[in-house]
Each structure stands twice: as structure tokens, then as C-alpha cells.
Design a protein around this ligand. Structure first.
Ligand SMILES: NC(=O)c1ccc[n+]([C@@H]2O[C@H](COP(=O)([O-])OP(=O)(O)OC[C@H]3O[C@@H](n4cnc5c(N)ncnc54)[C@H](OP(=O)(O)O)[C@@H]3O)[C@@H](O)[C@H]2O)c1
Length: 309
């Protein structure tokens, strides 16, 4: 595993994060095996959200399983997110909702603190002064050590930063070889012949790099949001051929090469994996042993269906 010091945040954090969105599908013993396998592979960072599983069931399952792993709380970083409220069908970043969400998260996770709290999808009605008060209370109470966001465009981060005194250290964004808009728009810029040039996020990748915000890439193996993985997917023959050739060359799995593609980017991102299969976790963690060349990176990008303008 390779670790990074997140600027203004957790130090020595693994570049691969174990996402826990899919953990409610497991029983307690299987969940413990996933957590322990990830940890034994060097993963020390676990990602949650209030909306993973019904009524916080991802956080609950994690907390039930964690004591079975023998891992100490202080040896891992636990991150959760709040702001998506499926039961009310709205996004809510009001002070009351942030504070009560964190209290509920801590209860469900059976922990006294979160290493990082991210505000999940943007509540377009958010009042940055209210968010600032919530962050101050959470920090003063020792409930949250670091703060970040997820799926936020640069100007919304700027708006938050005007009022919030804690550094915004993370922006969790979707990125995979198939969902690569973070990168596409900068490459195709004003090219009228392709939709790849459409700027959908205000150049958030470069914004984060300029502002010391670490990007966490979510769903790194997915097609669209819920389209399943592109690994071994017959709809992506060229991508699978290129992934397969590099995997054979490096002696790792195709999934490891797809993760290595994200980690090769000089922005110094973390990749959040979602597999609940211990063998897949082990395979993927080999990504950190792979040094993709500059040319490899482009070859994979082009094999995913893009072209050089
Ligand atoms: N901030 C946000 O808005 C947001 C949104 C979505 C997700 N997330 C975070 O991102 C994490 C990862 O999302 P994700 O689960 O969509 O990520 P992913 O790693 O792209 O996809 C994992 C899925 O791919 C399957 N898969 C098939 N073949 C695989 C292989 N060879 N290796 C690995 N997986 C394979 C897995 O099945 P098996 O379990 O059978 O391996 C699993 O269902 C989530 O847990 C969550 O923490 C954040």
C-alpha cells in the first residue's frame, strides 16, 4: 500500500479507501472479513455516509463487525458524509441537520469521533454561515477532526470557504476510466464536434489541485452511476483488451490497472473501492505496486472510448 499525508488532514492515509456503501448486503461475519482483509492489505481509511443502506444500515453493520476484526479504532480513519436525506427526498445542509446527523452517525458507528466529515451532495439552499456554525460546534466538541465535501463545484467550495474557518480538505468526486468528465473537458475544451468538451463541473480537478483539496475518486470501476462495472463487460472490448494486456505485463488484475490509472494522475488522489469480495480487495490493492508510464495512462484513456483532439 502507498500512503499519503492529506494536506491539512489525516497523515499516512492509504491511497486506496474501502467504501462501505455495499456493506449492508453482508452479515456481520462477512463484513468483519471485508474490513480485516482491507486492513491487512494496508487500507486504513473507510468511507461511509448516512444514506448508505436504509436507516444508516451501512454504519450499523460496520460497527457490529468492527470488534470482530481486532483492529483498534485509532489505527484507522473513519469518514462519513451527511446531507442526503432519502427519507425526505431532499438535500439538507442546515445546521440542525448537520449536527443531528453527526450525533446519529457517531451512535451508529459506536465511535466518539469522525476523522473526516464530508457534506454530501450540495443542498442548493445552503447558508454558508449556518454550515460554519455547525462545523465550529462539531470541532469544539471533538466530534469531527477534519471537514470536506463531496460532488461540489469550485464556486460552492469558495462560498463555503468564505465563512467556514476549518480547511476544506477533501472533495469526493466521481472518476473512472468510463466516467472521466473530470479530465475530458480540459482535453477537448472548445471542440464543437464532441460532448466531451462540455464543462460540467467548473474545472473542479484543477481547482482542487490549486487549493490543496485532495480528490477522492468514487466508483472507480463503474459505468455511469449504477451501470455495473466495465471490468470484463462485453460492451467495453477495447478497454478490457488494454487492461488485460497491462494486467498480464504487470502480473496484477485488470481492476488493479484501472485503479492504478487513477492513482497515476499527478493530483495525488485517493481511490474509493466498493467491492465486498475479499479476493477482489486483495487483487485491487496490488494497484499500488504498479508504476504506469505516461504512455500507459494515455493508452488506457484512449481505449476507454476517447480520442486525441
Ligand atoms: N460521494 C458520492 O456521491 C459517492 C457515490 C457513490 C459511491 N461513493 C463511495 O464510493 C465507494 C465505491 O463505490 P462503488 O461500490 O460504486 O465502487 P466500484 O469499486 O467502482 O464498484 C464496486 C462494484 O463493482 C463490482 N466488481 C465487479 N468486478 C469487480 C472486480 N474485478 N473488482 C472489484 N469490483 C468488482 C463489485 O462487486 P463485488 O463486491 O462482487 O466485487 C461491486 O459491486 C462506495 O462504497 C462509497 O463509499 C460515493
Amino acid at each position: 500500500m502507498r500512503n499519503i499525508d492529506i494536506i491539512n488532514g489525516p497523515q499516512n492515509a492509504s491511497v486506496i479507501i474501502q467504501g462501505c456503501m455495499r456493506i449492508p448486503a453482508l452479515d456481520k461475519d462477512a463484513a468483519a472479513k471485508v474490513i480485516r482483509t482491507a486492513y491487512d492489505c494496508g487500507i486504513n481509511f473507510f468511507d461511509h455516509a448516512t444514506c448508505y443502506g436504509e436507516n444508516g444500515s451501512a454504519e450499523i453493520r460496520f460497527a457490529e463487525a468492527f470488534p470482530l476484526t481486532g483492529i483498534k479504532r485509532e489505527d484507522i480513519f473513519i469518514q462519513s458524509k451527511c446531507g442526503i436525506c432519502p427519507e425526505r427526498n431532499e438535500f439538507d445542509w442546515t445546521k440542525d441537520n448537520i449536527l443531528s446527523s453527526v450525533d446519529d452517525i457517531l451512535k451508529r458507528l459506536n465511535t466518539e469521533y469522525l476523522d473526516t466529515l464530508l457534506l454530501h451532495r450540495p443542498d442548493v439552499l445552503f447558508d454558508p454561515e449556518e454550515v460554519a456554525k455547525a462545523f465550529d460546534e462539531l470541532e469544539e466538541a471533538g466530534k469531527v477532526r477534519h471537514f470536506g465535501v463531496s460532488n461540489l463545484v469550485p464556486m460552492q467550495v469558495e462560498l463555503l470557504k468564505k465563512y467556514v474557518k476549518q480547511p476544506i480538505i477533501i472533495n469526493q468526486l466521481q472518476l473512472s476510466l468510463e466516467q472521466s468528465q473530470l479530465i475530458d473537458q480540459a482535453l477537448y475544451l472548445n471542440n464543437k464536434t464532441t460532448d466531451f468538451s462540455i464543462n460540467r463541473d467548473g474545472n473542479v480537478l484543477d481547482y482542487c489541485r490549486l487549493n490543496d483539496i485532495t480528490i477522492q475518486a468514487w466508483s472507480p470501476l463503474q459505468v455511469g452511476m449504477f451501470g455495473g462495472t466495465f471490468i470484463d463487460n462485453p460492451d467495453y472490448p477495447e478497454l478490457n483488451k488494454t487492461l488485460g494486456d497491462m494486467a498480464e505485463r504487470e502480473g496484477v488484475s485488470k481492476a488493479a490497472i484501472a485503479i492504478a490509472w487513477i492513482l497515476r494522475h499527478p493530483a495525488g488522489m485517493q481511490a474509493i473501492i466498493g467491492t465486498m469480495n475479499p479476493e477482489h480487495i486483495k487483487d485491487i490493492c496490488a494497484a499500488t505496486t504498479v508504476e504506469l508510464s505516461h504512455h500507459d495512462w494515455y493508452e488506457l484513456y484512449l481505449a476507454s472510448g476517447k480520442f486525441l483532439p
